[in-house]
Design a protein around this ligand. Sequence first.
Ligand SMILES: [Zn+2]
Ligand SMILES: [Zn+2]
Length: 287
Amino acid sequence: MIVRFWGTRGSLPTPGSATQRYGGNTSCVEVRSGEPGAMVVLDAGTGICAFGAQMSSSVSRIDILLSHLHMDHIIGLGFFAGLFRPGLEVHIWGPGSTVLPLRARLTRYLSPPLFPVRLRDLPCRLAVHDVPLGTFELPGLQVTAALVCHPGPTVGYRLDDGHSTLVYLSDHEPALGARRFPDLPRWTSGFDLAAKADALIHDAQYSDAEYEHHLGWGHSSIGQAVAFAVHAGVGQLVGFHHDPWHDDDTLDALYSEYADPRLRVTPAREGAVLAWSVNEAAARRDR
Ligand SMILES: [Zn+2]
Ligand SMILES: [Zn+2]
């Protein structure tokens, strides 16, 4: 599995010299399973625009897995070049609501007056799916989706290519309402999804001090993400969905406090490719 970050920022794009190293584009992560011609993209923030611009013409199918429909996760969708490529098979997966299917929810953004083109007028071969909660198959990947703690219908994803496992919990506040955190696994949002993953991409929007002023906003502190990752026994944690007010120097300072011998912790960086040892992954699977 190859994992590349195209957007790491939370809430709002933050271009500029102060965010050049970790990136200013909002959530978008490319996942390649090795299945020829197929690609998966997690979320469609502004990062998906640069991803689409360099996408090879040999790609014949792309699956976009949306965690939820907050604007920072779908704002790039209408500007994704793949939607305008005739013949390209594009599948968009994401949560419906209790009253509307995903297609109707997306159409609120992808239609005038907010956007000039309607979904039905796109030249690609588009299929929009309400993501099933549970496990389903994509080319080269087994995907598990589960609802997680965040305002509005929101899912986390676990991707397994038969050799290793990646978990994506972009917007997630598992500490909300917990008297102790992390508590028993069955009471911890996202725990089953994340358990023993080789790599966990997890919401780490705030410093621990900032979190105290943002209870219920749907995000985690870096310290909470570390505690969650240790509790779930993952191989490495990538802190994601950086706060728009955290520039590169701030992120360096914040993450320098979380050198933990039990876990590799890094802040997600736009352009970076995530790697892990195949031997470690095999050992983790056997445990
Ligand atoms: Zn977000
Ligand atoms: Zn959100």
